[in-house]
Design a protein around this ligand. Sequence first.
Ligand code: GTP
Ligand code: MG
Length: 438
Amino acid sequence: MFHDRATIFVRGGAGGDGVVSFRREAHVPKGGPDGGDGGRGGDVVLLCDASRRDLSEFHRGAHFKAARGGRGEGAQRHGASADRALVRVPPGTTAEDSERGVRWELSLPGQRATVARGGSGGRGNKAFAGPTRQTPRMAERGLPGEEGTLELQLRLLADAGLVGLPNAGKSSLLARLTAARPKVAEYPFTTIDPVLGTIEVAERQLVVADIPGLIEGASGGAGLGHEFLAHVERCRLLVHVLDLAPLDGSDPVANHAAVEAELGDHGAGLEALPRILCLSKADLVAPEAAEEAVLEWRERLGDTVLDVLVTSAATGQGLDELRAAIVRTVPASDEIVDGPGVGEEVEVPASHRTYRPGAEDVFEVHRAGPGAFRVSGVRVERLLARHDLGNEESLRYLEDRLRSMGVLRELERAGFEPGDDVEIGGTVFELDPGAPLR
Ligand SMILES: Nc1nc2c(ncn2[C@@H]2O[C@H](COP(=O)(O)OP(=O)(O)OP(=O)(O)O)[C@@H](O)[C@H]2O)c(=O)[nH]1
Ligand SMILES: [Mg+2]
């Protein structure tokens, strides 16, 4: 089963904690602080890998968590940074985190997206030593890694797409045009997964996609075709395959209109893609009838199509013409897209839906009840995550930082009095600064 959608959960590793340690020497009762920093947590990285075909390995909603950074140690030894967690995805995958408002596109092998950064390590007590704090008995904690839920979507990267009603003969054409071996059978909806084949002519390689047959209402969510229309969004050309003599006796004109209506309803510019009309199964009608059909369709469609061709997958009629028309229509220059070299990686930038410069420094103070306040904001919350409030020295340090960031001043404006409760990032503590509030 081919899966072109999946939801995965990703979480970067937490940074390692810094440690409190003092140098011990035989004749020195208390040496200087020498606690090392914690290491960085690992990142979760999506890597575009040509050996992956689809997203089926994620369809149960996999979780990917990178390891945490190592703890710092005495003698100024820093903790090790953790390895990244690699998630391999096929070319044509987009990853979107709607909550964080970020999106990545991985089209070429070797492209990489860091979707959840690991947290930074905490500083050891060595980092807090200074003239006023000669024996710091505090260290920072490592920060948690970023996390998020990613919607993965795969869009096949094909140059031309075969579209048409079920049973029109699309898979039979792909099998004759390329080395691909899609399943062919006399019943509708034989093809349930998209199949790709490659046409190779004169040093050019074009990818042709055979997608499941479209039925009326497909773009509205009925039947199989709908979800696969996304796969032809990136094609440069659509080949509309139309059965000249449908077994069910239906009218080719109505059938053609039904498929075109589906393409138009899907949106995403499908109606504007260049078209070739391919009248299939020509061996089933008299040669004169086929020729007449071509003339009729040329007149009917005018210049809304590039070409009208008659083909037969059974006899091979018209296949060279179809192949040539596809090659002629898909611009050669577009094929040369430079990706990273074999074994190389290149980070792709995320596109941000919302970008607010300086948003990190912003904080808000709310009164949560009598003698209780809540402070929210990226930087204050990060600060809180860094420190162990059970440690007197850490608490004093935190108060100093809150004072210099202007948080105490804002709290006072909101009616705060020393000893009141303050909640930051889910942690409630009694804030009782020893020094004046500002
Ligand atoms: N006589 C004749 N039969 C054909 C030709 N092309 C396809 N067929 C037959 O038509 C039936 C449907 O062909 P497929 O290629 O599976 O059609 P499809 O459009 O891929 O159908 P779905 O995958 O169900 O959407 C099969 O029984 C084929 O053998 C042709 O050129 N001549
Ligand atoms: Mg098929």
